[in-house]
Design a protein around this ligand. Structure first.
Ligand SMILES: *[C@@H]1O[C@H](CO)[C@@H](O)[C@H](O)[C@H]1NC(C)=O
Ligand SMILES: *[C@@H]1O[C@H](CO)[C@@H](O)[C@H](O)[C@H]1NC(C)=O
Ligand SMILES: *[C@@H]1O[C@H](CO)[C@@H](O)[C@H](O)[C@H]1NC(C)=O
Length: 468
C-alpha cells in the first residue's frame, strides 16, 4: 500500500508533467504554402491539417469526394503524407518531433463531430491514427477541432455542450490509452497527443472539460489570438497580452492573461500549457468618422508577419498600446492589430514568468524565412523565442518566480487619432500584396497571391518529380 502510494507519487508527476524540460517551440506549418520550414530552432513541427475520411480512418491518401472538390492541389498534401521533414530529422536533428494536426476547416470539423458521435467510429479512428503516424514516421497527433467563424458559433444548448465536452474527453482518453499500449507493446517512444483549445474564456468555460484534457494530453495549445475577427463590428486588437483598461464586461476577458489565469485557476498545471504566438495581424477598416479602437469597423483580413514588415517601411504608423502590451499600425482608415518583436518578447517573458511549457507559432510560414522582408535575420520570430529561452528549463516548483511585472495602472482610453491618421484617407492597399482574408482560409486564398502561387506551383512540380 505504502509502496503503491510512493510509486504513484513518483510516477504520476513524471508522466504528467513537462517539468525540467526545455521550453517547447512548436511551429505550426501550413503544408500547402510550399515553404519548407527551417526546423533548426523549432522543437516540434506540426503539419496542418489532416482530415478524417468518410470511413472514420485517418488515411489522408484516398480522399473523399468532398475533399477532392475542396482541394485543388492534392500534390502538396501528398508532401505531408510523405513527411518530407523525416529525412532532416533522421540525419540532422533526432530530437525534433513532427506531429500532424487534424481539424482546421469546416468540413474536417463536421467529419470529426461525426466520428466522435459513435463508439464504433471513434475506436476505428483511434486505431487508424497509430497506423498512419507510424507508417510515415510522425511523432504525434494534435486534435485541432476549433470551429471556424464560417461554421458559426458553437452550439449553445446546454445538453449539446455537455455531450460535446464528453466526446472530446473520451477521444482524448482513448488515444492516450492506445498510444501508451502501443508504446508498451512495440518498445518505441510513445506517440505524443496534444489538444488545441480556444483562448476565449467564455468557450473555455463551456466547451471543454479542462481538467480531463490536461490529464490525457501531453499539453494544451491555447489559441491566445483570434480574440477578434469577422464577427466583430468594431476595430480591436486580436491578440492582446493584457486587458484593455477602458473596456467593460466580457470584452475585458479577450486577452492572453485572462485566458491563462482562467486555465490555471481551473486546475490546468502551467506545465501543461502552451500559449500561441500569431505570426499575423488582423486588419479592420473604419466605417465612421470615429478613428479610435472600439470604433465601428469591418474586418478586412489577416496580414502575414512579412507583410507587416513591409507595411512598416511604407508609411504605416505604429502605436504601442500600453495597456494591452501590443502594437497597432494605422494608415488612412485602416488599422491592424498585430505582434512585433517587442510585444513578442513580452509574451515570451510572460510564458517564462508563468512557468508555461512553451509557445507555438501560428503559422511558421508567415515568419520571415529569407530574412529579406523584415531585415531581422532569418526566421526572426522563432529565433527570438530560441534566444530568450535558450538557457531556460521549465520548472514546476511553485511560487519561485516573482509576480507578473506586466500589469499597468488604469489609464484614459487610448486615443489613436493623429493628423496623418485622419487626413490620408486614400486607398493604400497593395493588390496581391499578400493580404489574406482569413488565415483559416489561407489554403484557398494563397493561390490568389501571385508570388506565393508561383512558389507553390514550382514546389509541387519538384515534389512530384522527386516522388517519381
Ligand atoms: C536560431 O536561433 C538563434 C538564437 O536566436 C539564432 O542566432 C539563429 O540564427 C537561429 N537559426 C535559424 C536557422 O533561424
Ligand atoms: C547561456 O549560458 C552560457 C553558459 O552559462 C552563457 O555563456 C551564455 O551567454 C548564456 N546565453 C544566454 C542567451 O543567456
Ligand atoms: C483623463 O482625461 C481627463 C480629461 O481629458 C483628464 O483630466 C485626466 O487627467 C486624465 N487622466 C489620466 C489618468 O490621464
Amino acid at each position: 500500500m505504502l509502496f503503491t502510494l510512493v510509486l504513484v507519487s513518483i510516477v504520476i508527476p513524471l508522466v504528467n508533467c513537462n517539468c525540467d524540460e526545455e521550453f517547447k517551440i512548436v511551429c505550426y506549418f501550413s503544408s500547402w504554402t510550399g515553404i519548407h520550414p527551417d526546423a533548426k530552432n523549432c522543437t516540434h513541427i506540426v503539419y496542418t491539417f489532416a482530415r478524417i475520411e468518410d470511413d472514420n480512418t485517418l488515411t489522408g491518401i484516398e480522399f473523399s469526394e468532398e475533399y477532392r472538390k475542396e482541394n485543388r492541389h492534392p500534390l502538396v498534401f501528398l508532401g505531408v503524407w510523405n513527411n518530407p521533414l523525416k529525412d532532416f530529422k533522421n540525419s540532422k536533428d533526432p530530437q525534433l518531433k513532427i506531429l500532424v494536426a487534424i481539424g482546421g476547416q469546416d468540413y474536417a470539423i463536421r467529419r470529426a463531430n461525426d466520428m466522435m458521435s459513435k463508439d464504433e467510429y471513434r475506436q476505428k479512428f483511434v486505431i487508424s491514427t497509430t497506423k498512419l503516424l507510424r507508417t510515415h514516421e510522425f511523432d504525434g497527433l494534435d486534435l485541432n477541432f476549433e470551429p471556424s467563424e464560417a461554421l458559426g458559433p458553437p452550439s449553445t444548448s446546454t445538453p449539446q455542450l455537455i455531450e460535446d465536452k464528453k466526446r472530446l474527453s473520451t477521444l482524448c482518453k482513448d488515444l492516450q490509452e492506445e498510444y501508451a499500449e502501443e508504446a508498451g507493446r512495440t518498445g518505441r517512444a510513445r506517440l505524443l497527443l496534444t489538444v488545441t483549445i480556444s483562448g476565449i474564456k467564455k468557450e473555455l468555460e463551456s466547451r471543454y472539460d479542462l481538467a480531463e484534457l490536461a490529464k490525457c494530453a501531453d499539453w494544451l495549445n491555447v489559441q491566445t489570438y483570434d480574440y477578434r475577427g469577422s464577427r466583430d463590428k468594431i476595430a480591436e486588437h486580436h491578440s492582446p497580452l493584457m486587458p484593455a483598461t477602458h473596456v467593460e464586461g466580457r470584452d475585458k476577458d479577450l486577452n492572453q492573461d485572462t485566458s491563462i489565469k482562467y486555465l490555471i485557476s481551473n486546475g490546468v498545471e502551467p506545465s501543461k500549457i502552451l500559449v500561441g504566438l500569431p505570426a499575423f495581424g488582423k486588419k479592420f477598416r473604419l466605417t465612421s468618422d470615429l478613428h479610435d479602437l472600439g470604433s465601428p469597423a469591418t474586418f478586412v483580413g489577416s496580414v502575414p508577419y512579412t507583410e507587416l514588415c513591409r507595411n512598416m517601411m511604407s508609411g504605416w504608423q505604429r502605436v504601442f498600446l500600453d495597456d494591452r502590451k501590443v502594437p497597432i499600425m494605422i494608415k488612412g482608415d485602416e488599422v491592424i492589430g498585430y505582434d512585433d518583436l517587442q510585444s513578442m518578447e513580452l509574451k515570451i517573458n510572460y510564458a517564462k514568468e508563468q512557468r508555461l511549457a512553451g509557445m507555438f507559432i501560428y503559422p511558421v510560414n508567415f515568419d520571415d524565412s529569407s530574412g529579406q522582408s523584415c531585415n531581422q535575420g532569418k526566421f526572426p520570430i522563432v529565433s527570438l523565442i530560441k534566444r530568450l529561452t535558450s538557457n531556460y528549463t521549465v520548472s514546476c516548483t511553485p511560487a519561485t518566480t516573482p509576480p507578473l511585472t506586466t500589469t499597468v495602472a488604469p489609464k484614459n482610453r487610448t486615443k489613436i487619432i493623429t493628423p496623418r491618421w485622419k487626413s490620408s484617407r486614400i486607398d493604400h492597399f497593395i493588390p496581391g500584396g499578400g493580404l489574406i482574408r482569413d488565415h483559416r482560409r489561407l489554403h484557398n486564398a494563397s493561390y490568389s497571391v501571385t508570388s506565393t502561387h508561383l512558389t507553390v506551383y514550382i514546389y509541387s512540380i519538384f515534389l512530384f518529380l522527386f516522388l517519381l
